[in-house]
Ligand binder design. Structure first.
Ligand code: SF4
Ligand code: SF4
Length: 151
C-alpha cells in the first residue's frame, strides 16, 4: 500500500507531506473578494513568488516572510480553508477521496497535471504587472474546474 493510502495526513513524515503537492500552482492564484457578497473569486493572477512556467514557489523556505498571507497548509487547516482547490491533493485526502489518477505519485509523470488541465502553467499573469484598474478583468472560473476521469 502507498503511504497516502495507509497513513492519515497527521501521520505522514515531512517528506511524505511535501511530496503530496502536485505542483499545480492553483493555491498560489490571487483571490478577489466581491465587495457586495464577500464571496472569494479566483483570478488568473499569480502570487509574485510563483514561477509561471514551473509553477513552483521561487522562495519556498522564505515565502511567509515575503508574502505574509501565504498560508502554510497543515492537516488541520486544509479541511477548514474553503478556497483550497477541490483538486488539491491535501484537500482530496482530507475529504477521503484519495489521490486522482493524474496525480504524479499515481501516474508517475508530473506532465499529467498539465495534460489534464489542472496546472496553471502558462495561463497566469504576475501580480506585480497587473494595474489596479485591471483586476476585475482577471476573475476566472477555470481554476475551479474538475478534470476528466480519463484523457
Ligand atoms: S493546490 Fe495543493 S497540490 Fe496544487 S500547488 Fe497548491 S498545495 Fe500543491
Ligand atoms: S509565497 Fe510561494 S507558496 Fe505562497 S502563495 Fe506565493 S508562490 Fe505560493
Amino acid at each position: 500500500m502507498a503511504f497516502w493510502e495507509e497513513k492519515s495526513l497527521d501521520e505522514m513524515t515531512d517528506a511524505e507531506w511535501e511530496s503530496l503537492c502536485d505542483g499545480c500552482g492553483r493555491c498560489c492564484l490571487i483571490k478577489l473578494e466581491d465587495e457586495d457578497t464577500g464571496i472569494l473569486i479566483t483570478s488568473d493572477v499569480r502570487c509574485k513568488l510563483l514561477d509561471g512556467d514551473t509553477c513552483a514557489c521561487t522562495d519556498y523556505p522564505g515565502r511567509q516572510a515575503k508574502v505574509p498571507d501565504c498560508i502554510k497548509l497543515t492537516p488541520r487547516n486544509v479541511a477548514e480553508i474553503k478556497w483550497i482547490p477541490t483538486t488539491c491533493a491535501y484537500r482530496r485526502l482530507a475529504e477521503g477521496k484519495g489521490l486522482a489518477w493524474w496525480h504524479p505519485l499515481v501516474s508517475g509523470d508530473p506532465q499529467t497535471v498539465i495534460d489534464v488541465g489542472v496546472s496553471v502553467k502558462g495561463r497566469t499573469f504576475l501580480e506585480t504587472e497587473v494595474q489596479a484598474d485591471e483586476w476585475e478583468e482577471h476573475a476566472v472560473d477555470w481554476p475551479e474546474w474538475e478534470p476528466p476521469e480519463t484523457l
